[in-house]
Design a binder for this molecule. Structure first.
Ligand code: GAL
Length: 666
């Protein structure tokens, strides 16, 4: 879809005196904003008491914004059920894994499985859609807000317990089938009926991993069902409007693809510095050395791109950024001020990865409550903040550049939510993280200047890609296995591993063979070992040259494929020929780089080694370069371009360039 790019803004009219609205609307329009998202958390103002509605303010807000030509994204306010709702349905509150109730007083306190709250969600959606669904200024709807944020997918409530039992009965049919699938003979865990099955929590030691995995699947399905109920109502009562959800970054607790299938557009909330800090604190060795400090005010150069590509896949190609960080935020362990220019860079990066609209959070900084330390485009005193200036620049540049779309990527990377749950369920080594592993592949690919298409584990047409990478899919479905095998037969190159296809969908190891599924059937994994990230093993090629290091995960493998790299114990680490390659350990960045060099040769993929923090994306109007680093990079000196638009050939920190010439050769 080659459309002009747009800017949007998140606005909370209920936070401001009505006298400010007209001026706000005028300034938004003058700034070049197209879309305004409103009413996201406004339930207590719309329905202050059960069944009694106050519409005047929202009618007026909509008219004021529409009168200057702004288009609206209305929201269902279900992420913030008001206090009276909790009185009405005291057991709608979610329970955490320790059985503690999650209290009223912030947001996302509801349990997805609670039937009473599900009814309330449908009711408010219907009422809003009936009132505004055909308003000419309403361009779309956002369902709820950031499913899964604040660890809210899984609830250990009575409602979830009942729902889970029904879900299991539907899935397995008989209790014996469940006992069999979970291996409940182990430790005398067998059940006589579905009513006996508890939620997998508060057990003395580890609960059965298949039990836990099923509960994760169940909880994910609840999110998709909750969303689909709103979507069905909106489709009926608000025809022709785009239905969108704003996914959060760093959230893997539900299957975003399933929710994405219900939407017209997938969007996400992009907070590069918040994520960089949060991720670093959760996972101190999770990012490559030096990244924490070097990118403190810019964000991890691959984290945004990864999520853009992931959520673009969830939206079958249609992507928005619903919220973009405009300055310091309030919620991360550390909240730095973005380097000047970064808000503009993040905006262009999103567009280059396929976002149709980039919307900033929020118009004006709130002077009260939880987010009073969170920047907006405007300060609390209503003066423009730095992000206002950068957004204005982006608005002008959008006009100048016109429409464009990303080019087809040469590499596909399979990303699977269920594998994240599976590996988290039985980590085996506590440094193993599916997501970190996949991000490692993505990072290495992007450092080579290559665009990546994130694809689902389901069978799909692989023929557009020169290389398909399949890391750590815990179970390789028959479909995908057949598809990959056919792809390889027609000359496509695959790189798999580590921890690939070692279990079945019931989370059991095969009793028939330890061979991996086709096209990796020449590999047999005998044993696996894990260790801390700091315990590294040197990996060399067959000429005894060091190619990097392995850690975290190691497979003892026998294979008829030629071994290309091995560790100091002569264990194969990287093997393959023609178009099938496998890596049997967790590769550090240097090793990953060497591995990709080999498979790129096989797949005939052109690459460059981009210097620190420089990234690029190829689009229909040329290649965008963005500089996340603190250094200047000269694109000509790097032999990347002869001429460049936007910031030109000499790219300062936070600079963005568009290189039009030579697109075909890149
Ligand atoms: C998002 C959320 C917004 C706001 C913002 C602050 O996660 O959707 O409502 O809280 O974070 O950065």
């Amino acid at each position: 879809m080659s459309e002009k790019k747009h800017l949007g803004i998140c606005y909370y009219p209920e936070h401001w005196p009505q006298e400010m609205w007209a001026q706000d609307a005028k300034e938004m329009a003058e700034l070049g904003i197209t879309y305004v998202r409103i009413a996201e958390f406004a339930w207590s103002r719309i329905e202050p008491e059960p069944g009694s509605f106050k519409w005047e303010w929202l009618d007026k807000a909509i008219e004021t914004l529409a009168s200057v030509g702004l288009r609206l994204i209305l929201c269902t306010p279900t992420a913030t059920p008001p206090r009276w709702m909790v009185d009405k349905h005291p057991d709608m509150l979610a329970l955490d894994e320790n059985g503690n109730q999650r209290k009223f007083g912030s947001r996302r306190h509801y349990c997805f499985s609670h039937e009473g709250y599900r009814w309330e969600s449908r009711r408010i959606t219907e009422i809003l859609a009936e009132r505004y669904g055909n308003h000419p200024a309403v361009a779309g709807w956002q369902t709820d807000n950031e499913y899964g944020c604040h660890d809210t997918v899984r609830s250990w409530s009575q409602s979830a317990h009942k729902g889970f039992q029904l879900w299991l009965a539907q899935k397995y049919g008989t209790i014996n089938a469940l006992n069999e699938a979970w291996g409940n003979v182990f430790w005398s865990m067998e059940y006589n009926s579905f009513e006996q099955v508890d939620l997998p929590y508060l057990t003395v030691t580890e609960s059965n991993p298949s039990h836990r995995l099923d509960f994760k699947r169940y909880s994910s399905d609840q999110v998709a069902e909750f969303n689909s109920e709103q979507v069905d109502i909106l489709r009926k009562l608000s025809p022709g409007r785009s239905i969108i959800h704003n996914f959060m970054g760093n959230t893997f607790s539900f299957d975003h693809y399933k929710v994405g299938d219900q939407l017209d557009i997938s969007s996400w909330d992009c907070y590069p510095l918040g994520f960089h800090s949060q991720y670093q604190m959760e996972n101190p060795l999770g990012t490559p050395e030096g990244y924490w400090e070097d990118y403190f005010q810019q964000g991890d150069p691959d984290y945004q791109g990864f999520h853009h590509d992931l959520y673009r896949q969830a939206g079958h190609g249609r992507l928005w950024i619903m919220e973009l960080q405009p300055g310091p935020v309030n919620w991360a362990p550390y909240n730095p001020i973005p380097l000047n220019g970064m808000v503009r860079l993040w905006s262009w990066e999103a567009f280059a990865h396929g976002a149709e609209t980039t919307s900033y959070f929020r118009w004006r900084q709130a002077p009260f409550a939880q987010e009073q330390m969170h920047a907006g485009l405007k300060q609390t005193d209503n003066k423009p903040a730095q992000a206002f200036v950068e957004a204005a620049q982006v608005a002008k540049e959008i006009e100048a550049l016109g429409p464009f779309t990303p080019c087809e990527a040469p590499v596909a990377l399979v990303v699977d939510y269920e594998s994240h749950w599976a590996h988290e369920t039985q980590q085996q080594g506590q440094d193993f993280s599916y997501f970190r592993l996949v991000l490692g592949y993505y990072r290495a690919l992007r450092q080579k200047g290559v665009d990546v298409e994130i694809i689902r584990p389901a069978s799909q047409d692989l023929s557009p890609y020169k290389l398909v990478i399949v890391p750590a899919l815990y179970a390789l479905s028959e479909d995908l296995s057949e598809n990959l095998t056919a792809y390889v037969e027609f000359g496509g190159v695959v790189l798999g591993g580590p921890r690939l296809g070692q279990k079945d969908k019931n989370y059991q190891i095969s009793q028939k063979t330890l061979r991996l599924p086709s096209p990796f059937e020449t590999l047999e994994v005998l044993r696996v070992g894990t260790g801390p990230k700091e315990f590294v093993t040197v990996v060399c090629d067959m000429a005894d040259q060091e190619r990097g290091k392995a850690h975290v995960w190691q497979e003892e493998i026998i294979t008829s494929l030629p071994v290309l790299f091995e560790d100091t114990n002569k264990q194969p680490v990287f093997m393959g020929e023609n178009n099938i390659y496998y890596v049997s350990a967790w590769a550090d960045p240097a090793l990953m780089n060497s591995i990709l060099d080999e498979v790129f040769k096989a797949a005939k993929i052109e690459k460059v080694e981009l210097p620190n923090g420089l990234r690029r994306s190829k689009t229909s109007i040329g290649t965008f370069y963005y500089n996340y680093s603190k250094n200047k990079w000269n694109l000509k000196a790097l032999r990347l371009a002869e001429a460049a638009e936007l910031d030109g050939l000499e790219l300062p920190p936070a600079g963005v360039a568009l290189v039009r010439e030579g697109i075909d050769e890149l």
